[in-house]
Each structure stands twice: as structure tokens, then as C-alpha cells.
Design a protein. Structure first.
Length: 420
């Protein structure tokens, strides 16, 4: 007599079908993070760790990373690895610099998206049509973009007042919004330095004081992409191309078309990220101003497990550490050490409960090392302070890799007719 799986389960053991794994909301994670930062602020007296100014810089640092991550999400959900995000952002910055200077900031945004789309078109042509290795194609796009941007900057901006061979003249930024009354009240509440309350006030002040309309556009892109990719038939077909293009083809999906649409959309969004850097963060085009944000965006997407909510959390983490080191320097980054130590202890506990004893031991050793560093020093050296966003990227990815699930056919060469 054959027994059902439920009959073979030990007595008292919960059924996986009856006890589904619950996904913790992004808002819960953000609240936990804010509470942790608030506790460290109170204990260390490092009020700059989440002041309104720091949070505002963090928002500005987060947006281009989030747009790069969203661009990667579109491409990789259709099965095309996009290492060329950095190059597409570079093309976006030069497009924003030229069109923004001559025709205004919003024309600059459109120009940036078109330039990013052109870079993506090369990537799609190489990978989808000709079957070139996705990594090779992406690296080539990055190299080509650097040369193209340098050539165009020299051609377009040399001789202009305030411009030169490596930079544009100053460019007008898109409109910024400040909500009168709310901004001032939140800053006053922040200055009271109350636990959690003042920290929430800092965050509200950051998003109600000189908030760029491009930030609002980025939110629309992220929310719209989440709804389109996970709540529509179009999104289902596109994601099926990244999971099993052969199966999608047998169901009548034009896999080539969806891959092209995904990669071109990816390039346009990455170009918008470049526009944010040139128009909002800098107010000028400069060679090399992306600073590797395309790669960090790719890391944020991976950390976020190829999902919109996850990539927002990853981008916020990297944007916050970048803003902290730029605005507050070594003393504030020093307070970050104890936050990292606490997080690592929590990670070690979770890993141990899952039976990952070696990983748990590694996380615990790292936690002890960061704690010792915090208690034996007063500030972080300037050289390491500048490395903070990149070290954070490596550390987070190293700890997050155990639960990641990329699209099954991501990066694989596909040829029409394979189903036959």
C-alpha cells in the first residue's frame, strides 16, 4: 500500500502546503532599518547618520542606482544578462548633457533615454540576433560608451562658455518640489533627537524638501514596471522568455520580440539613470561621472532577487552608505560599523537556524571584527570611508547569495525553433 506524503510526515510536523512562507513587506524592512539606525544614533550621538540632509542625499544617491537596477530587471527577466548597464548610463549622461543644455532639462531626459536605448539596441542585436555571449557583449558596450562619450563631449562642449573637452556648461535641473510647512515642521522635530520619531521626521523632511520631479518619475517607473511585469499578460509572456523560452515558443510567444522589447526598455531606463546623475546630482555633464553606479545597480538587482521591492531595498542601502560617506565622513561611517556588526549577528542566527553552520560562523567572526573595530577606534580612515559603498556591495552580495534565484534561462543562448 502506497502512503501519501502527508502520512509519511512525522507527527506534529507542520505541512508546507498549510504553512506557506510569508514574504516580509519592504516597509517592515525599512522600518527595522530605521529603528536600528535610530538606536545607534542615540547611543553614539552621531546625529548625522540620519539627519534630513543625509537622508536627502541618500535619496539622490539611491535614484540612479535604483534605475540601473530596474533596467537590469527588465533585461534579465527576459533572459538577457545586461552587464552593459554602466555603458548605457554613460550614454545617458552625454545625451542629457547635450540636449539638456540646448533644449532644457526634460528634453535632456528624453535625449538620455534615447542614447541609452541606442546602446541597448547594440546589446540586443549582438545577444538576441547573433547569439554573442551576454557578458562579452555587455563589456564591449561599456568600453564603446566610454569612448563615444569622450569623443562627443570634446566635439560638442569644447569652446562653449563654462564647457570644455571633458564637460558641458552648467545645465538646468528639472523642477524640485518643497511642501511649505511640512518641511520646516519635520526639521524642527528632527532637531529634538527623539528615538524613532525624529528619525521618521528626518525621512519625511528629506522627501518634502527640494524633491526632484525626476525622483517622482523614478518611483512611477518602478511601480509601473512592477505592475506591468507581474500583473499583466504582457509581463507574464516576457518573464516566461527568461524562465523557459522554448516552452514560451511552443505557446506562441514571439521570444525574439519580447527579448528585444525588454533590452530596449532596459537601455532607456538606464539612460534615465544617467540623466539623473547629469541633471540632478551634478547639474553638469562630466566624463566618468557615473562612478560605477551601473555595476552597483546590477548588484542591487541581484541582492533584490530580481524583484522590484528587493532592488529598491538594495539601492537604498547602497545609496545611503554613499550619501553617509560623502556628507558626514569618517565619524558617521564609524557609527555604521556597529550597525553592520548587529546585522551580521542577526544573519548568523538565521543561517544557524537553517543549518548553515559554516556560513553562520563566518558571519559571527565578521560581526566580532566589526564590533572590535568600532570599540577600539573613534573614526574610520578617509581612504576606507570613500570605499564604503563598494565594500557594502561586496559584503551584502556575499551574505545574500544563499537565497537568490535568478531566472532559469538568464544568460542562455536561444535560437528560434529549439522547441522542435
Amino acid at each position: 500500500m502506497t502512503m501519501a506524503p502527508e502520512e509519511l510526515r512525522p507527527a506534529g510536523a507542520p505541512s508546507e502546503a498549510l504553512v506557506p512562507r510569508r514574504r516580509i513587506s519592504i516597509w517592515i524592512w525599512l522600518l527595522i532599518g530605521l529603528a536600528l539606525i535610530s538606536a545607534v544614533r542615540v547611543l553614539t550621538g552621531a546625529n548625522e547618520v540620519d539627519s534630513a540632509g543625509t537622508m536627502r542625499e541618500a535619496v539622490n544617491a539611491t535614484v540612479p542606482i535604483a534605475l540601473a537596477a530596474l533596467a537590469g530587471l527588465w533585461s534579465e527577466r527576459a533572459g538577457v544578462v545586461n552587464i552593459g548597464l554602466e555603458g548605457m548610463m554613460i550614454l545617458g549622461t552625454i545625451g542629457a548633457g547635450y540636449f539638456g543644455y540646448w533644449y532644457g532639462p526634460w528634453t535632456g531626459v528624453v535625449g538620455a533615454m534615447i542614447f541609452g536605448l541606442l546602446g541597448a539596441a547594440l546589446h540586443a542585436l549582438a545577444t538576441v540576433t547573433f547569439g554573442v555571449d551576454h557578458i562579452v557583449s555587455g563589456v564591449a558596450i561599456n568600453i564603446i560608451a566610454v569612448g563615444v562619450a569622450a569623443f562627443l563631449a570634446d566635439t560638442w562642449f569644447s569652446g562653449l562658455q563654462g564647457g570644455g573637452p571633458t564637460q558641458s556648461p552648467p545645465i538646468d535641473a528639472p523642477l524640485s518640489i518643497t511642501i511649505p510647512g511640512v518641511s520646516e515642521a519635520m526639521i524642527d522635530l528632527q532637531n529634538k533627537h527623539w528615538f524613532i520619531v525624529s528619525d521618521l521626521a528626518s525621512l519625511v523632511a528629506a522627501v518634502t524638501t527640494e524633491l526632484s520631479t525626476m525622483t517622482i518619475l523614478a518611483v512611477v517607473f518602478i511601480v509601473g514596471s512592477a505592475l506591468l511585469l507581474w500583473r499583466t499578460a504582457f509581463g507574464l509572456r516576457l518573464r516566461s522568455c527568461g524562465e523557459s523560452p522554448v516552452a514560451a515558443e511552443t505557446l506562441g510567444v514571439n521570444v525574439y520580440r519580447y527579448k528585444f522589447i525588454a533590452v530596449l526598455t532596459s537601455g532607456a531606463i538606464a539612460g534615465a539613470g544617467g540623466a539623473f546623475i547629469a541633471l540632478v546630482s551634478s547639474g553638469i555633464y562630466q566624463n566618468g561621472q557615473t562612478g560605477g553606479r551601473g555595476y552597483i545597480g546590477l548588484a542591487a538587482m541581484i541582492f533584490g532577487n530580481w524583484r522590484p521591492g528587493g532592488l529598491v531595498m538594495g539601492s537604498a542601502l547602497f545609496g545611503y552608505t554613499d550619501a553617509l560617506q560623502l556628507r558626514a565622513g569618517g565619524e558617521a561611517v564609524h557609527a555604521l560599523l556597529i550597525i553592520v556588526a548587529i546585522i551580521l549577528i542577526g544573519v548568523a542566527v538565521l543561517q544557524y537556524r537553517r543549518g548553515l553552520k559554516l556560513a553562520a560562523a563566518t558571519s559571527l567572526v565578521l560581526a566580532v571584527a566589526f564590533a572590535i573595530w568600532f570599540f577600539t577606534t573613534d573614526a574610520v580612515p578617509a581612504d576606507f570611508t570613500r570605499m564604503t559603498p563598494y565594500v557594502t556591495t561586496l559584503l551584502v552580495l556575499a551574505l545574500a547569495t544563499q537565497r537568490l534565484r535568478m531566472p532559469a534561462a538568464d544568460g542562455l543562448r536561444y535560437r528560434r525553433g529549439q522547441a522542435g
